[in-house]
Write a protein that binds this ligand. Structure first.
Ligand code: NAP
Length: 282
């Protein structure tokens, strides 16, 4: 069994990106610029934003955070994004979700121009992915594809099963696997015979949000298992959606939690930001 090392792979990617960010600066005279819009005071969002900023700065991306209070109006939020959209020194914009409930997320995200949409959440980028064309892809599923690539996992002609169909993970994940010539089945809460479908998967990607949901009898011998789940247990530790201890003897490769998909998400955000900056030089 091979343990897929997301932490090590993400560190390697960050080193590659640092070189690309330096090359961009040498060529353009400005740093790659990333802006994060943080509205309200959700403590988890504070931590995510801090981690994104720290990771950006470590590879030479100049990052700014636009902090707005929880009572920010729709107009103020949209204007903030519009200002960043017009700023040539900002190559990537992300709006940290979730937003306070009175704000219309769809309208605010729509203010991010497609070429600065480093989260890949815009309708145009999702449309491009659905059409199998080049665009910016959501960071978590993109990170999964990067792991499959770097661990030489063949996707062409394989049975790939994605459990979960959220807009940020399951759905784009299924499209990416389809675009990589896998035969894809997407499962969700209404799926009948989940066990049978999962047990036929050569590649199983799980993004459900339920601790140890996938058990050994749902896994094909020799399968590649990617666990996107990040669940906080009562003891404070993280665990995945896959019962790692029970399935590890059956799989050919598996991602651990923590240290699997998680670290890849931020690495892919930085990658999308560097890509966005490099596109301005074309
Ligand atoms: P989500 O929006 O809650 O979606 C969960 C999906 O699981 C839904 O599509 C749901 O189906 C499906 N589901 C629920 N119960 C099921 C069941 N019994 N059988 C089959 N499918 C079932 O969650 P998410 O945002 O995609 O996140 C999923 C997990 O990934 C969470 O643990 C989250 O913390 C983690 N995550 C990790 C990262 C990372 O960087 N590592 C990033 C994002 C998310 P319906 O659509 O029918 O409701």
């Amino acid at each position: 069994m091979t343990l897929i090392d997301g932490k090590g792979t993400a560190a390697e990617i960050r080193r590659e990106l640092k070189r690309r960010a330096e090359a961009f600066e040498a060529k353009s005279g400005i740093k790659v610029g990333l802006a994060v819009v943080l509205i309200g005071d959700d403590p988890a969002s504070e931590v995510y934003v801090r981690n994104k900023i720290k990771a950006s700065e470590e590879i030479g991306i100049s990052s700014i955070v636009r902090r707005l209070p929880a009572q920010t109006t729709q107009d103020e939020a949209e204007c903030t994004v519009e200002e960043l959209a017009a700023d040539a020194s900002i190559h990537g914009i992300l709006v940290q979700l979730p937003l306070p409930p009175h704000l219309d997320e769809k309208k605010i995200l729509a203010k991010i121009p497609t070429n600065k949409d480093v989260d890949g959440f815009s309708e145009e980028n999702i449309g491009l992915l659905a059409l199998g064309r080049k665009g910016t892809v959501a960071c978590t599923p993109l990170g999964v594809m990067e792991l499959l690539k770097r661990y030489h996992v063949e996707t062409r002609g394989k049975n790939a099963v994605v459990v979960g169909r959220s807009n940020i993970v399951g759905r784009p994940m299924a499209l990416l696997l389809l675009n990589a010539d896998a035969t894809v089945t997407v499962c969700h809460s209404h799926t009948k015979d989940l066990k049978g479908i999962c047990a036929a998967a050569d590649i199983l990607v799980v993004a459900v949000g339920k601790p140890r949901f996938i058990q050994a009898d749902m896994i094909k011998e020799g399968a590649v298992v990617i666990d996107v789940g990040t669940n906080r247990q009562e003891n404070g530790k993280l665990c995945g959606d896959v019962d790692f201890e029970k399935v590890k003897g059956k799989v050919s490769m598996i991602t651990p939690v923590p240290g699997g998909v998680g670290p890849m998400t931020i690495a892919m955000l930085l990658s999308n930001a560097v890509d966005a900056a490099e596109r301005t030089l074309l």
